[in-house]
Design a protein around this ligand. Sequence first.
Ligand SMILES: [Zn+2]
Length: 316
Amino acid sequence: MACLLLHYKSMKMQQTLRNVIEFSGIGLHTGCAVNMRILPSAEDTGIAFIRKDIPGSPAIKAESSNVVATSYATSLGAKGVTVSTVEHILSAFYGLGVDNAVVELDGPEVPIMDGSASHFIDMIESAGLTWLSAPRKYIVITRPIKVADRDKYVLLLPAEEAEFSIDYSIDFSHPFLTKQSFSKLFSREVFRQEVGSARTFGFLKDLEMLRANGLAKGASLNNAVAIGDTSIINEDGLRYPDEFVRHKVLDMMGDISLLGAPVIGHLIAHRAGHGLNHRLVNEILKRPGRWHMTDTLVKESSVEPRHLHIEKMATV
Ligand SMILES: [Zn+2]
């Protein structure tokens, strides 16, 4: 018997925080102590960082045109003022559906906390979210978009359903960390439970080089997984056996949020990083014929006719 295809249309309103969040921490790369506040903001304002320690409190919008560096972290800047390591808090906003917020900080780098988005997620959830009066707009991918650098690539395909899904794989040439992969259809719950608490990681052999270049000054076993020659150094072990690839997914979601709207599509990434993620976002913006924006998502569900008791339907 032929199935009937039902089309459900859904529209979601934009969200912001219900209450203000305040906390402190140190920057992973600068080692600077930073106080931060996250405040609610109006519809269609997006995410903005405000440097309270600089006269005039300049604002830097979280958008791809403001990306100024992608080495070991994503940094934003405008008019000579920067804020670095923005990817984990942006990932928490993206994963939890926070469309608009103002992030005030009194230093140059977002605190690393425990190296994951876990603290940000807990604080956002305890502050609560509230609906705003404008609908959320989505970027719906309609034709493939790809960026590559030798064997590294990110490919974004149209989604079969009105969803966002990720297939991510990593492949390091290290005795302890080689191949890992992670595939998920995303939801707020999947982000919170399976991605949000995966920590940043680094190889001990690289630490000296990073520090010589003025990076990783705040790095410790409290905010990163350190990989030695044959094992990890952290005594408490890993949060997931595949924590490394999950953290790469966390980073990817923060970087892709710089598009300014959630993506409906199927993302396939292999050995990507902040630089390639940023190139993907720019490629999407350069190719408006390969996607469209909408505030109404259409989902399909197939049902056998004898189970139907409603009037409007499309048949296939
Ligand atoms: Zn990260």
